[in-house]
Design a protein around this ligand. Structure first.
Ligand SMILES: [Zn+2]
Length: 499
């Protein structure tokens, strides 16, 4: 072990940097957390004893700067362009045809990457040292968020061997889904309003006035584009560029792939959309870039975006719509669940008219009110959910929602048992809603699997008074059913046999 403190600080910094990279960038730690913590503690102690030896890019110097009153403006060295959007495979095919016309041949390959749903930033390194981070802003001028971005552990403060004199990279700062869920779990515990989604929360976290708050949010980054470089190695393709950035210690996404031709691009799109929720970060599409930098130079830019790149957007999983009413469902166990009646909205590939609001407590934490414009989310196979209100659009006089005191189906009192989140209708099977849900579940594949006893049949038999209790199903008389429209000898016999 070196006895010279300066040497020991340098050795420890180097080792910690290496393990940071293994842990936060590669997601492949080599040592136990406790060994890592020991090294950090030793470095901190040495730096406390020798403040003159503290380096600005020391791994201990992530949360250093004071809280800010405002973010100063940063003019980007190179404009941060936005990308053209495609919403279908046909749009992508049309773009590929345009590329072929302009190049008078197909491009020499593509690079495909997942489009991260986060906040775009530009990060500048001088001689391998992190010096500045800025938001996109209007593309020409952004906000200086250096103090906050340096708290993000997957953003290296010092690059590895081969760093150029000056380099600006672009990336997306995001909040991992697991970190978002954990944050909202804590919000719920504290009885606070939940955060709407990882993207907004990441953006809000980067724009905190106090870097210590940002540091506590567990943000991460994916770097996806080189903006500006002097003094780097010769680079011939986007793919090579990303490999170079990765070799410097920057976090580049291993889910990116090279595609030799249009067919491979479309295969990537399909796979990415199918696996949309397979990662611990949210994506809202795929970015396709012409891979060869020579091809990119020929294709150039329009006034607002590069011709050599395209963002393929997945159908949105969140939309806003009007919350027309909040009503109660009474389920098969008697639980009274509030749900939202929505102005129909097409989201996550289906038209949503109702969405669950879970329970009174959660509804009040989210503070959604009748008349609000609300954010509705439907992700994958998950049932549609009201995420929260758009407060700026709240109409005057919108009232806090309260659970009704009596059941709208049976008139029985609705009570919330001590220490429970869920309310129940006290009517038992006298509650027609509960009975209907119970019978339907009983007859369904999850229960007795009685073929022919679907929701509509249960509903009809109940509203006609044929079934009043769960046991009535077993004493069903064929004549009781035969008299209804649409029921003949065959269908009644089938139903009877099924029961
Ligand atoms: Zn009831």
């Amino acid at each position: 072990m070196a006895t010279d403190p300066a040497q020991r600080i340098a050795d420890l910094s180097k080792a910690i940097r290496h393990h940071n990279h293994r842990y936060h960038v590669l997601d492949a730690p080599e040592i136990a957390d406790i060994e890592y913590d020991e090294m950090v503690r030793e470095l901190e102690a040495l730096e406390t004893d020798h403040p003159e030896l503290v380096q600005p890019d020391s791994p201990t110097q992530r949360v250093g700067g004071p809280a800010l009153d405002a973010f100063s403006a940063v003019t980007h060295r190179e404009r941060m362009f936005s990308l053209d959007n495609a919403e279908s495979h046909e749009d992508i095919a049309a773009w590929e045809a345009r590329l072929e016309r302009m190049l008078e041949r197909p491009p020499a390959g593509y690079s495909c990457e997942l489009k991260i749903d986060g906040l775009a930033v530009s990060i500048t390194y001088e001689n391998g040292r992190f010096v500045q981070a800025a938001t996109r802003g209007d593309g020409l001028v952004g906000e200086d968020v250096t103090a906050n971005v340096r708290t993000i552990k997957s953003v290296p403060l010092a690059l590895g061997e081969g760093a150029p004199e000056l380099m600006e990279v672009r990336g997306e700062i995001y909040m991992p889904v697991s970190a978002f869920d954990e944050l909202n779990r804590k919000q719920a515990e504290a009885g606070e309003r939940p955060y709407i989604n990882p993207r907004n929360t990441a953006a809000g976290s980067v724009r905190q006035k106090d870097p210590a708050v940002t540091a506590g949010r567990n943000l991460s980054v994916w770097v996806y584009q080189l903006g500006f470089i002097t003094g780097g190695p010769p680079l011939e393709s986007h793919w090579e560029t990303m490999e170079y950035l990765g070799s410097l210690g920057l976090k580049v996404n291993p889910a990116s792939a090279r595609a030799a031709d249009a067919a491979a691009v479309h295969a990537y799109l399909e796979r990415a959309e199918k696996d949309r929720h397979a990662n611990d970060y949210e994506i809202d599409g795929v970015v396709i870039k012409v891979d060869s930098l020579d091809d990119q130079a020929i294709l150039g830019f329009t006034a607002k975006s590069p011709r050599w790149a395209m963002a393929y957007k997945f159908p949105p999983e969140e939309k806003t719509t009007l919350l027309e009413d909040i009503r109660i469902n009474v389920g098969r166990t008697g639980v009274a669940t509030p749900y939202a009646v929505l102005d129909p909205v097409f989201v996550g590939g289906v038209t949503v008219t109702n969405a669950t609001l879970h329970n009174e407590g959660e509804l009040q934490r989210k503070d959604v009110r009748v008349g609000d414009t609300v954010i509705v989310r439907r992700a994958g196979d998950v049932i549609p959910e009201v995420v929260g209100p758009v407060l700026s659009k709240r109409p005057r006089g919108a009232k806090v929602w309260k659970l009704p005191k009596t059941c709208p189906f049976s008139g029985h009192p609705i009570v919330t048992p001590e220490g429970e989140a869920r309310a129940i209708c006290t009517g038992g099977f006298d509650c027609p809603s509960r009975l209907r849900e119970y019978l339907f579940h009983f007859a369904s594949r999850g229960g007795m699997d009685i073929e022919g006893l679907g929701y509509r049949t249960v509903d009809m038999l109940m509203s006609e008074g044929v079934i009043r209790t769960p046991a009535d199903i077993f004493t069903l008389d064929r004549d009781d059913v035969l008299r209804f429209e649409g029921w003949g000898e065959v269908s009644v016999t089938n139903l009877m046999n099924a029961i």
